[in-house]
Design a protein around this ligand. Structure first.
Ligand code: BGC
Length: 844
């Protein structure tokens, strides 16, 4: 892209006025803008009416904005779920909804979408990304940006670039060749710049030896100079390495207090190490973003008064902000159904005919404890999570009995203590948390309230009067065991902590240092604990304590495993055997799918494969629902009647699933990733960096399905695959001409008919191949797609056009895009392996 992506600031603040405002500030005030005052607020500038903006995660909803109550924002399907919709308009609508809620909560700046790619199925944050395909990720990412920013909330596509895995993410050195960067990993960011994203986030990792926060080639050269992008480049949390990174185009260091920019930048400018023009440019970009969001209000009486120092905290006694509402719920219910991919449907078992049902078994670990979202920064306080069991019970008439058995568990860590049923010190469900300023619990606590979860994050949103670097916190709860016998109780977390059961020490990590890579330590964790002999019905007091001596994040998470009561596997199989249909809900949980840790295997955790096989052997009408945000191994795929891939579908999971199982809605999803038969078939798998932290992107441009095509390997389910409840036929594909000169768009016309008896959705996929290339190119690359909804018998005529870039490859000799004359093929179909029509054309 050669044209400039600069767009004028909104709210009638002209570029000239921004420059005047920059010059009205001292060097120190300008530099302060490049740092933050706390975990979530970039600094303001009261003299010009700029309040400290509030920035929050993203991307599948608005993270907690009030404390301690939580904000209950609408929880949408995860990235791969949205990717599976292939629906640009729907993704824009979902982002608009999140932007609307963000605005209501006073958030100026949302940290998403994630437009890194699904390189390996093991990536911890695969669930946050859209796809393995750069064009699908680019189009959906651009749609998200537009939807979010329509609400005057900045979008922040992340993480620029090559942050496609989590293992040692702050030190890893991703070796990605020039052509692969251009044709694959930069594509979504180029589209985001083109869509006018007001911000982007620079990643933790290094690319070709240099950290992304200060990578001259990528940031200074490509993002700024070549793409002409004028948005704010912020660092990922704690990702900065050097004050001089500002010179490559980094503008904002997060979180505060700043370690490299902010006051350190002022010093560097005063010393002549950084020129003032660089400082002014960063300040101008930040003010431009603030003007676009409405945070910059010249003449506002006192910008600090409404600033956010307190905006993440609810004043004492205030009502928590409820951001979600029925409209948001209806949208995410529809989006979830649109994301569900029907992978197989033998004998058209789906949709289920309600009239034939008497007893339905909904079994498996995720049937009643669904995983609606992933873990880490993306986790939000959802108002509720409708489980598959609840969804089916609500949708089926009372005459149909819905039975449930969980089967064996899948917990990576001990199950959260809250799952055991706890009461706080006042006898209410949950736990009591108390806070003191300083290192000891001296006197009355500063704050005391109930929390619903035995996992307590202590970062950025602490009660008023409690400093991040000097507090003592205590979590207390009474736990009444249901069983006699040894209970394993353990704690994991970050920072100094310990716990006691009825006064007996369970673990002592009081002197634990903060992790070197704080975010990884936050999400990775190691459990420390002991076995306690407990009696059924006799309550014990569990007390966990933490203290902090630094500004680093702290976390306490308490878990407990009770002795197993029954043979959970046998009970689940028996429930399935006695039902008319068995729905097995398998998958991951938030500990398995999280920021900060890559997985080691694509095998479903615990004994889930055995569960599916035994249920399928007991009931030939077995439908498997996979509740995972990443590709998992499905070795039993040929043994079950139907499979639905449901991703991490957000708060309306159960309702949306019942809609699809009962045929109230179509399963609208198509795979945005390839699901392999064998782990070794994935072009990239293990994500552990080698010597010197090197992680080589050896597969080059052959990411995902392109590698399966190149190797001639049959995937279990190909990229783009997904069935519906009706049938479609591609009737014709016409090219406007059989030849084409560079610079002219090539027009295609595609005719498609719904040949079935139900209304339905098809995703028309257009792939291009260069048949006579002088360099090895993928056998086919997705270049366009369109969602079509047709009534029975209805016909659609779609017009699409291929541009130069759709035919080009990156020529490393000339460092530019190149289109070679010769024969090309356009292939149209319903997956990368199910091509209905092909046409060739000649490029002169
Ligand atoms: C993540 C970002 C996130 C930031 C703030 C980091 O650990 O990588 O995606 O926006 O934290 O929560």
């Amino acid at each position: 892209m050669t044209e400039s992506n600069e767009s004028p600031p909104r709210k009638s603040v002209t570029r000239e006025r921004i420059d005047e405002l920059v010059h009205s500030l001292s060097i120190e005030e300008r530099a302060a803008l490049t740092g933050a005052i706390d975990a979530w607020h970039p600094a303001g500038a009261p003299s010009i009416g700029l309040k400290p903006m509030l920035t929050l995660d993203g991307p599948n909803g608005v993270r907690r904005v009030t404390f301690p109550e939580g904000s209950s924002a609408t929880c949408t399907p995860c990235g791969t779920g949205l990717g599976a919709t292939w629906d640009v308009a729907l993704v824009a609508q979902v982002a608009k909804r999140i932007g609307f809620e963000a605005k209501r909560a006073g958030v100026d700046y949302m940290l998403g979408p994630v437009i890194n790619l699904v390189r390996s199925p093991l990536g911890g944050r695969v669930f946050e990304s859209y796809s393995e395909d750069p064009v699908l990720a680019a189009k959906l990412g651009a749609a998200y940006v537009a939807g979010m920013q329509s609400q005057d909330v900045a979008a922040c596509p992340k993480h620029f670039v090559g942050n496609d895995s989590e293992t040692r993410r702050t030190t890893v050195n991703c070796i990605i060749d020039e052509r692969t960067l251009r044709e694959v990993y930069l594509v979504p960011f180029e589209a985001a710049a083109g869509a006018g994203a007001w911000s982007m986030m620079a990643a933790y990792n290094r690319v070709n030896g240099v950290h992304c926060t200060g990578n001259q080639e990528l940031v200074g050269g490509i993002l700024r100079d070549e793409w002409g992008w004028d948005g704010v480049l912020m660092s990922d949390w704690h990702a900065t390495n050097d004050t001089l990174e500002v010179m490559t185009g980094l503008d904002l260091e997060m979180p505060g207090p700043a370690k490299q920019l902010g006051p350190h930048l002022a010093t560097a400018v005063r010393r002549g190490e950084v020129d003032e023009g660089t400082l002014n440019r960063a300040a101008a970009r930040i003010l431009t973003l603030a003007a676009r969001t409405g945070a910059l209000r010249e003449g506002a009486p006192d910008a600090t008064a409404e600033a956010g120092g307190a905006a993440t905290r609810a004043p004492e006694g205030s009502t928590p902000v409820l951001l979600s509402d029925p409209e948001g719920a209806a949208l995410v219910r529809r989006a979830a159904a649109e994301s569900f991919v029907l992978l197989s449907n033998h004998d058209d078992i789906l949709p289920l005919a309600t009239a034939d049902l008497r007893r339905v078994a909904v079994v498996g670990p995720n049937a009643a404890t669904p995983c609606i979202q992933g873990g880490g920064a993306a986790h939000i306080d959802a108002p509720y999570a409708v489980s598959p069991v609840e969804g089916m019970r609500a949708a089926l008439p009372p005459s149909v009995e819905v039975v449930h058995e969980p089967g064996p568990g899948i917990d990576l860590f001990l199950p959260p203590l809250t799952r055991m049923g706890l009461t706080d010190l006042e006898g209410q469900p949950g736990l009591t948390v108390e806070w003191w300023a300083g290192q000891e619990p001296v006197g009355r606590p500063i704050a005391r309230y109930n929390v619903p979860s035995s996992t307590l994050h202590m970062f950025g949103d602490l009660p008023v009067g409690v400093a991040q670097d000097n507090f003592f916190a205590r979590l207390s709860a009474r736990f009444t065991p249901e069983m006699d016998g040894p209970h394993k109780i353990a704690m994991r977390g970050l920072g100094g902590q310990r716990f006691f059961v009825d006064g007996k020490l369970g673990a002592d990590q009081w002197a634990a240092p903060a992790g070197v890579d704080i975010p990884t330590a936050l999400f990775e964790g190691r459990e420390h604990g002991a076995a306690f002999e407990l009696e059924a019905g006799r309550p014990v007091l569990v007390v966990a304590e933490a203290h902090s001596v630094s500004n680093d994040p702290s976390l306490m998470a308490l878990g407990c495993a009770a002795p197993a009561a029954t043979d959970l596997m046998a009970a689940a199989v028996a429930a399935a055997a006695s039902a008319d249909v068995a729905i097995v809900v398998v998958g991951n949980d938030e500990a398995w799918e999280t920021e900060g840790r890559d997985r080691k295997t694509v095998t479903l955790p615990g004994r889930q494969n055995e569960l599916v096989e035994r249920v399928a052997a007991a009931n030939h009408r077995t439908i498997v629902v996979v509740n995972a945000g990443c590709p998992m191994h499905l070795p039993w795929a040929d043994e079950v009647a139907a499979i639905i891939y449901a991703w991490l579908p957000g708060q309306e999971f159960g309702h949306a699933l019942a809609d699809v199982l009962l045929g109230i809605a179509e399963p609208g999803g198509r795979l945005p990733v390839t699901i392999a038969r064998r782990a070794v078939d994935y072009p990239a798998y293990d994500l552990t960096p080698g010597p010197n932290e090197v992680l080589e992107y050896r597969e080059g441009v052959n990411i995902g399905y392109r590698a399966f095509d190149a190797a001639g390997v049959e995937p279990r389910f190909p990229f783009g695959h997904g069935l519906g409840y009706t049938t479609f036929e591609f009737e014709s594909l016409e090219l406007a001409s059989e030849g084409r000169a560079p610079g002219e768009p090539l027009e295609l016309r595609i005719r498609l008919r719904n040949t079935g008896s139900r209304p339905g959705k098809e995703v028309v996929q257009v792939y291009v191949a260069d048949l006579e290339s002088s360099v090895p190119r993928p056998q086919r690359e997705l270049k366009g797609f369109s969602v079509v909804r047709l009534a029975p018998g209805e016909v659609a005529e779609l017009a699409m056009a291929l541009e130069d870039r759709d035919l080009a490859y990156w020529d490393t000799a000339h460092h530019s895009w190149r289109i070679e004359p010769g024969r090309f093929e356009v292939a149209v179909g319903r997956s990368s392996r199910d091509i209905s029509l092909r046409r060739e054309f000649e490029l002169s």
